[in-house]
Ligand binder design. Structure first.
Ligand SMILES: *Cc1c(COP(=O)(O)O)cnc(C)c1O
Length: 241
């Protein structure tokens, strides 16, 4: 399949999942995850109509984002989706419009301070570790439905982030476990959607968005309420690294 055909196929799957969920496909933003791929391929994807791109490493983004900007007819929106070390936050805010992977109060404070210095507001998502896997980043959220201690710790941290002046907290992000059957990821997506609603009620903040779903599971994520999906392989093919 060509790049254009793969994008078309992903769009059809988004439409179908939205139809099953009784939602308009305009409520889902497709982020093309371009990590490991060269600027030339990203430019072709822009020509094919994609406007949102995701990268997970700041070093790689520093080489690619200016190269794409120099040649693209329209300027895409760049989303940081990978773990950010606080000492690299400045490099991230200089390149990205939105950060999906804010996983500590410390990192959030750093971003708010940097945004304040620049006289701007940064869009962020709070990354939640809903599955409880030790390999995953994110605020500890496994068992939040039943575990009072998890919930109290989480409510306190989220309240601290919401009190920071120069962040626009759009909502929550998660990575589902890698499973053979996407149905196995459904409870993780449903849990994140429930957590979003609970945190919104607790805080009074709208938190309108859910960033969840990748190549293997985005239709299920959409059925559970995803408003942004982060899709790499289904668009660009398998990665070499
Ligand atoms: C790589 C990556 C994706 C995309 O994964 P695919 O399986 O290629 O769709 C999504 N989110 C994050 C955080 C990633 O690192």
């Amino acid at each position: 399949m060509t790049l254009v055909e793969r994008i078309e196929r992903v769009r059809e799957q988004i439409e179908a999942a939205c139809a099953r969920a009784g939602r308009s496909s305009s409520t889902v933003t497709l982020i093309a995850v371009s990590k490991t791929h060269p600027p030339e391929l990203i430019l072709r994807a822009i020509d094919a109509g994609l406007q949102h791109f995701g990268e997970n490493r700041v070093e790689e983004a520093e080489a690619k984002i200016p190269a794409v900007a120099a040649s693209a007819g329209s300027s895409p929106v760049w989303h940081m989706i990978g773990h950010v070390q606080s000492r690299k936050a400045k490099r991230v805010i200089d390149l990205f419009a939105t950060v999906h992977s804010v996983d500590s109060v410390k990192l959030a404070s750093k971003f708010s301070q940097l945004a304040e210095e620049r006289g701007t507001t940064l869009d962020i998502f709070l990354e939640m570790n809903v599955s409880g896997e030790a390999s995953k980043h994110g605020f500890a959220a496994a068992g939040w439905e039943t575990d009072v201690q998890v919930r109290e710790a989480l409510w306190k941290q989220v309240s601290e982030v919401l009190a920071l002046p120069c962040l626009n907290v759009r909502g929550l992000m998660t990575m589902a476990p890698i499973v053979a059957d996407p149905e196995e990821a459904r409870p993780v997506f449903a849990s994140l959607a429930g957590l979003r609603a609970a945190l919104s009620e607790m805080s009074g903040a709208a938190l309108p968005d859910l960033s969840m779903g990748m190549t293997d599971d985005f239709p299920v994520a959409i059925e559970e309420g995803a408003t942004l999906i982060r899709v790499g392989r289904a668009i660009f093919g398998e990665r070499e690294t």
